[in-house]
Design a protein around this ligand. Structure first.
Ligand code: DSN
Length: 492
């Protein structure tokens, strides 16, 4: 590999990018020691350049974000939190963590920020326990809750533990668009405490606040959890707050999917969770466009427990990722990010309008955010067949279960589509029309293949005419050429 040498030779020095030089130098250097790894990085870049990324939870982080992760900060243990560490020599990690927290507070105007979680799932675990511990501290077990854990007798500790697992959470069900960590049976969230789920109204396929209120009154959850992974509408957090207050629950919001839309001031007023929720969790890599990771914002009364996320859940912070988070938060704290966030939603709306014009069914009838879920059952194919047929044409999205899905969560009847990544590439309304036209073309022409025994239509295999495939691939190729990923990064 000699990507850097070629880059320096072929590019006018005025058009050379320091980020590209660093990136190519790293790949060339790694290739000498671990060719498979270097090749995988290059192949991933080529792969991401060869399809339209419509996975609603993915994005393209900046090269700056990526470069901030590749350095010796990874070698440092930094248990504790900024200014309060269990290891010596954490001053530089403190600077990174404080910088990241500073940007989070400035963007979201929150009381307290904790930027260590490695993922949204970790952030949720830390948040659940912070809420429960706080509840114990203000309950009849208060005297116990106030003691340091080491001071409790074994019997007291067991009483406390039983009390914790007896708490209840109430979140949106998976098939209505909720997340696995919101009480799904296969996730630890439904095992560490009792969990019940609310759903969407089967007719409107949107949240019915009155129904949630009634269910909450009956269930009396400790945590009322708002947030989603596959719901295409906005949430009114003022209404969720009212419900939480009526039943004495803590309002927790998981804004993993839409934190970029909050940062970008698309969701404001009652659609901004921070003023209403007690505790808010998020990932950093979806609409927010940072490195893979999570963070938490909370009211001051939860801060002490949240700051103990390590060792509660995390073995130790990842200082190199925290550095990259700081870069991403800095990027999100700008006017240009706000414009980007607005364009994500505008693009999603245009895509949805195109689908609706063609008679496709979108769950809830449209979108107000960055994503939508299409019901593909009218084409007599499964979500899996749609996903694979589209991928074979260079369009990458993921299958998604819909409410009461007769095909189950593996094959599904839906596909989820999101616009954050294509918007990062600079695509706009005109390009969305081309994308929609091609998705529709593929869906209309995809047929189930026969299963291996040739007895029944397969739920996974599909048939798609090669002329359709080639025509779509050619339009996809043209779009990707016009809106290249990392144009400054030439692989020659
Ligand atoms: N896996 C993410 C998504 O696709 O929505 C959520 O964690």
């Amino acid at each position: 590999m000699q990507y850097l040498k070629n880059y320096l030779k072929n590019r006018d020095p005025k058009n050379q990018s320091l980020a590209a030089i660093s990136y190519l130098a790293a790949v060339d250097h790694l290739h000498k020691k671990a060719p498979k790894i270097a090749q995988s990085i290059v192949e991933e870049l080529k792969g991401q350049r060869s399809h339209l990324k419509l996975i609603a939870s993915e994005n393209y982080s900046s090269l700056d974000v990526q470069l901030a992760m590749g350095n010796l900060l990874t070698d440092k243990y930094a248990e504790g939190y900024a200014g309060h560490r269990f290891y010596a020599g954490c001053e530089n990690v403190d600077v990174c963590e404080e910088e990241a927290m500073h940007h989070v507070k400035s963007i979201f105007n929150c009381d307290h920020a904790y930027v260590q979680p490695h993922s949204g799932a970790d952030a949720n675990l830390v948040a659940f326990w912070a809420v429960i511990v706080h509840k114990v501290q203000s309950s009849k077990l208060a005297s116990m809750g106030k003691k340091r854990l080491e001071e409790l007798s074994d019997e007291e500790y067991e009483t406390l533990r039983k009390h914790l697992v007896d708490c209840k959470m109430m979140g949106l069900s998976l098939d209505a668009g909720g997340h696995l960590t919101h009480g799904y049976r296969h996730n630890i969230s439904s095992k560490m405490m009792r969990s019940v789920t609310y759903s969407i109204d089967p007719k409107t396929e949107t949240l019915d606040y009155q129904a949630i209120r009634e269910q909450a009154k009956k269930e009396k959850p400790t945590i009322l959890l708002a947030g989603y992974s596959a719901y295409s509408r906005r949430i009114n957090f003022a209404k969720m707050r009212e419900i939480a207050d009526e039943v004495g629950a803590v309002l927790m919001v998981d804004m993993a999917h839409f934190s970029g839309l909050v940062a970008g001031k698309v969701f404001q007023g009652e659609e901004d969770p921070i003023p209403y929720a007690d505790i808010v969790t998020s990932t950093t890599h979806k609409t927010l466009r940072g490195p893979r990771g999570g963070f938490i914002m909370c009211k001051q009364e939860y801060a002490e427990t949240v700051n103990k996320g390590c060792p509660l859940v995390l073995g130790g912070p990842l200082p190199h990722v925290i550095a990259a988070k700081a870069i991403a938060f800095q990027e999100a704290n700008t006017g240009s990010f706000q414009k980007y966030a607005h364009r994500i939603v505008e693009n999603a709306k245009v895509l949805a309008e195109c689908f609706l014009k063609e008679g496709l069914r979108i769950i809830s009838g449209g979108t107000d955010n960055h994503l939508m879920v299409l019901d593909v059952s009218s084409y007599k194919i499964t979500g899996r067949q749609a996903e694979e047929a589209l991928l074979s044409c260079g369009i990458c999205l993921n299958r998604n279960a819909i409410l009461n899905d007769t095909n189950g969560p593996w094959y599904t009847s839906g596909v989820r589509i999101g616009t954050p990544a294509l918007t990062t590439l600079g695509m706009g309304v005109d390009e969305m029309k081309v994308v929609a036209k091609n998705i529709i073309k593929v869906l209309k022409n995809t047929k189930p293949a026969w299963n291996s025994k040739k007895e029944a239509p397969s739920l996974a295999k599909f048939e798609l005419d090669s002329s359709v495939k080639e025509a779509v691939k050619s339009e996809v190729f043209h779009l990707l050429q016009t809106f290249p990923l990392y144009p400054e990064l030439a692989l020659e």
